[in-house]
Design a protein around this ligand. Sequence first.
Ligand code: ADP
Length: 476
Amino acid sequence: MKRPISVLFATSEARPLIKTGGLADVSGALPGALRSLGVDCRLLLPGYHNVIDGVINPREVAHFEHIPGYGIVRLLEATMPGSGTPVYVVDYPWHYLRPGGPYQDTHGKDYPDSAWRFALLSRVAALLSGPTSPLDWHPDIMHCHDWQTALAPAYLRFGGGGAASLVTIHNLAYQGIFPPDMVEPLGLPAASFGIEGVEYYGNLSFLKAGLFYADWITTVSPSYALEIQQPLNGMGMQGLLTDRQAHLTGILNGIDTTDWDPASDPHLPHKFSQRGPAGKKRCKQVLQADLNLDPKAEAPLFGIISRLTHQKGLDWILQIAENLLAQGSQIALLGTGDALLENAFRGLAASHPGSVSATIGYDEGLSHRIEAGVDFFLMPSRFEPCGLNQMYSQRYGSLPIVHATGGLKDTVEDGVTGFVFHEAAPHALWHAVQRALDTFADKTAMRRMISAAMGKDYSWEKSASAYAGLYDSLVL
Ligand code: ADP
């Protein structure tokens, strides 16, 4: 019998242990879905507090003494809670055991030594995928995600090769850019600092290195795979990505349909389903009460759950908010990020008590309750590699209103499961919102759309088979 393909899935975050964004959702769900297809997929994570404390049965399986610039680095093997997926943990307390988040300290400031922190993660990924690995297990594929692990294909190349390498871009906006004088201290050959290498406009870019040296590149939706080859969304990498287009594919993310199932979601006060939607109305009532919104069943309720950054088009929402509220709508926002946006939404809530609720912070339970309790979900991102909330929204019968970009374009069917606008401008968002409000006034049309949205299948199986097929083609 053919040996199963083995994959080292190197990532800087994975649910349920550590999450700042969609990458964690993907890393939490895709390895398990791949394992169900017979792929021997194992995670590699940094040993942050939550990881060391959260993995099951961690034990040391190797250590590295000779990585220049670092002391002794221990490697633990364990399993992930819940899924039981095997996980290797880079145990290097000096870099990872910190009170803040994975990338920023408790004051929200980027750690000054992130080049060192994620070069180490990349380096260990390459070591485990190359000829000098201390493990008995040798991956066929080294699958890296975003800039934090994108230096691994470069290390693998300069360390004598090994597994086939794949880099997945979850968001091209984050490129891991550091000064050029970091190249040699991080153990990269001086000659790699050039256009044909790790150099990016005079600096070192981890992501550029990955995109240049990896055998294959994927991104998280077919539309985004095309958009990043254009100047508008290519973030300066469009030339390289166009050169590599024969080795670049878009594979749409799935969602975790167990965590995100309105029929069994433990966060919800009432459960519901496509066949039995009554609980959704009750979820709306409870949400309005919890968020101090006026208890009006007939008020269209718009949800927003987001990192508060320029990317997400929240300023467009602010521009239409007064008009929207004047028509009797309500807004429930959950998010954290740029202080200006946080304050703008706080201000909107303060001036519209009973109609706007702004929860500034990160709250998993509330994110589920908002998805369940709102009528519409606003996601007017300027660009969106894949996006998850528009898929959760459809599954929870909350019709998404989205900009036609990236994964939003690939997952929302205009007028069928949500509302899509094309022009990147607030007035286009406003037109889409008007269409949503017209639908809200027509109970039959609303019911039809909710049912169509809830019937969509975004489970991981489809994406996982696409990745498994790609892995196969890379080891042939
Ligand atoms: P991105 O990765 O760009 O942040 P995605 O839509 O791909 O956007 O994924 C965002 C994920 O993070 C979703 O699971 C979303 O529900 C969650 N999320 C974002 N902000 C918050 C928040 N403030 N509280 C809880 N969950 C959040």
